[in-house]
Write a protein that binds this ligand. Structure first.
Ligand code: SAH
Length: 378
């Protein structure tokens, strides 16, 4: 989305704070801008908004249907069995939103002998209002499965790990670059001539990040790079190598492709990147190749979300649910299934990466490994 040149982005309080910072210290990277816009302690978008769901700014797979969380639950329980049923096991979700995925995953795994007794639940979330929503969503599993909340993954206590992240990495800041005849230059957020309107401009000179970007791109090409995504993947990989376990990362993304994907969404509609920071969601496609490399341990995929869910049995699950549904509910189930798996909906744009290594075959959902029958969703 580009705006007509005479329209300037609307600033709001956080926009004015960012403009003052730039006036004092000079242009900032889009990553720094995004970090402020999303996570500023008082005014950041993820600190105060209720972003997910029909009333928020976007809808996510667990909000489309309970079947998504059920399949993820079955996968996680399967991995726990494959790990040799460690107790306790840290079951961690990064950015649980309204808590829907975890609630569906736990409900679906009630019948897995010993699993709930082994689970020690940890949620990584910076939004206090969402923490309350998560507590509500998970209330029926308390006190046995009462979650502990953390602001950062690094604060989750040591021990065998089962980690889930749906649409979390896409909310971490990215830098953007454009290829010039001299090399890669970084896109920065600076100020227009009026000294207060935020404006995008290329930094002069070649970026020191060029070493991490493709050398042979044509002039005009764009590229993105996310240090926070890589750092988090590295931290997760290090934990998995040390304590054992698995991580399942679901997001929309690519494999190190060129292009710019950072986008702004407000109330289910595209907005200008610099418009109303703190009131607008900013997200970027996740570079799965970079995540897998940074994790530094064995990984599987990414596979399309549709293929992953079908391999886990979502079509059979839909049939079971439909068998006891009203005609109206049946239509809703069909629509939800299509939305999750069809390639013109979420089926291929969204991808699934598994990280972990127990020396055995690929985990379920990644070519040809069936689920452990003991994890059957009831
Ligand atoms: N996984 C949920 C929500 C996705 S939205 C779902 O699929 O519906 C992103 C989630 O990550 C929200 O819960 C948001 O508050 C949280 N979040 C965003 N940035 C974060 C950060 N830096 N640290 C911790 N949580 C964050």
């Amino acid at each position: 989305m580009t705006k007509a040149p005479d329209e300037s982005p609307v600033a709001g309080e956080l926009g004015r704070l960012i403009a003052r910072r730039i006036a004092l210290t000079g242009p900032i990277s889009l990553a720094d801008f995004t970090a402020e816009a999303l996570a500023h302690p008082r005014l950041g978008y993820y600190r105060r908004a209720l972003p997910v769901g029909a009333a928020g700014d976007f809808t996510t797979a667990p909000e489309v249907s309970q079947m998504f969380g059920e399949m993820v639950g079955a996968w996680v329980a399967d991995r726990w069995l494959a790990m040799g049923r460690p107790a306790p096991v840290r079951l961690v979700e990064l950015g649980p939103g309204r808590g829907t995925l975890m609630a569906d995953a736990l409900r679906a795994t009630r019948g897995v002998p010993g699993f709930h007794a082994a689970v020690d639940l940890h949620l990584v979330e910076i939004n206090d209002r969402l923490r309350l929503a998560q507590a509500d969503a998970l209330a029926s599993f308390s006190p046995a499965l009462a979650p502990a909340w953390h602001g950062r993954f690094e604060d989750v206590p040591a021990g065998p790990l089962l980690l889930i992240a749906n649409e979390f990495f896409d909310a971490l800041p990215v830098r953007q670059f454009e290829r010039t005849p001299a090399g890669w230059a970084e896109r920065m957020v600076g100020l227009a001539d009026d000294g207060e309107t935020l404006r995008l401009a290329l930094a002069p000179g070649v970026s020191p990040f060029s070493a991490l970007l493709p050398a042979d791109a044509p002039v005009g090409a764009q590229a993105e790079l996310s240090e926070p995504c890589r750092a988090l993947a590295a931290a997760i990989g290090a934990r998995l190598r040390r304590d054992g376990g698995w991580a399942l990362i679901v997001d929309y993304g690519h494999d190190g492709a060129l292009g710019s994907s950072l986008q702004a969404v407000r109330r289910h509609r595209a907005a200008d990147l610099l418009d109303r920071p703190g009131e607008t969601d900013l997200s970027a496609h996740v570079d799965f190749a970079a995540l897998a490399e940074a994790a530094g341990t064995r990984s599987f995929g990414p596979v399309g979300q549709g293929a992953f869910l079908l391999a886990l049995g979502i079509a059979e699950r839909a049939r079971t649910l439909k068998a006891r549904a009203t005609p109206q509910q049946r239509d809703a189930l069909d629509a939800a299934l299509a939305r999750l798996i069809d390639s013109d909906q979420m089926g291929t744009l969204f991808r699934v990466l598994a990280v972990g290594d127990d020396g055995s075959a690929a985990p379920p959902g990644f070519p040809d490994t069936p689920l452990d029958p003991r994890t059957d969703v009831a």
